[in-house]
Ligand binder design. Sequence first.
Ligand SMILES: Nc1nc2c(ncn2[C@@H]2O[C@H](COP(=O)(O)OP(=O)(O)O)[C@@H](O)[C@H]2O)c(=O)[nH]1
Ligand SMILES: [Mg+2]
Length: 279
Amino acid sequence: MRSAFVSLVGRPNVGKSTLINALVGKKVSIVSNKPQTTRTRVRGILNKDDTQLVFVDTPGLHKATTALGERVNATALESMRDVDIVCLLIDATQTFGTGDQWVSEQLNIKNAIVVINKIDAVSPAKLLAQLSAISSLGAAEYFPLSAKTGEGVDQLVAELVKRAPLGQAMYPPEMTSETPQAQWVAELVREQLLAVTRDELPYSIATRVTEWEWPRVRCEIVVERESQKGMVIGKSGSVLKSVGIEVRKQMPEGAFLELFVVVDKDWQRRADRVERLGY
Ligand SMILES: Nc1nc2c(ncn2[C@@H]2O[C@H](COP(=O)(O)OP(=O)(O)O)[C@@H](O)[C@H]2O)c(=O)[nH]1
Ligand SMILES: [Mg+2]
């Protein structure tokens, strides 16, 4: 038996969460087109032959300007330590630059695997130019792939299996995620809200399940200002309603999901509130 912890790190929005879902073959981490969607360490488990790979999805490393930003950066940096393999993700559609360089300096790049993601969205010429720029990092291995289409994902898995050290399985074989059900529902609510909000609002939203008396589930949506409440609720509750419909589709049948919006003034800037919200 072999097993390995594999951490997925990189700047915000490079596709770390999309990739963990593709690797596990099941949605274990929420995704959005807004940077800084992932706020906690998320694990996803893949069993392949006699190897168990435990993937660790992490928040994107960025220049933090709030207590929340500092907290999630610390989570990302911690998640790189004590793992067997680090995969550094780079977005093929963005120019390789100082941000990626900085992230690469936070890890032992010589042992790391560099994943160039989103190859479905660039021309072969652009990809070649990117690969040649990125090769200056001096990583052990480079894997161009598309987390979205799945192209190249199997090749990465094969390499990870090859690198996994001998060891016991850490999770039972049927387990793909360790996120508690209530927390997962809160994340699904936040994912839907991220899809319909803009500007600074996505960063102001936190969600948490405050009651779980199946089939009744109560989820609180926390915003930072009174003025944001209306945007989350929508005209006669239209936004909340559509969020509820989309989330219920992803819950076991029969769920009765109640959504409430509350204001916690400037929570994102206050370390104690950030911690209380579970980040
Ligand atoms: N075209 C394309 N888009 C991708 C790919 N992987 C992720 N994305 C998109 O990039 C955005 C950020 O993805 P996400 O997984 O949340 O990035 P993270 O912040 O690194 O976790 C989303 O809009 C994804 O749909 C890919 O392989 N190809
Ligand atoms: Mg993410």
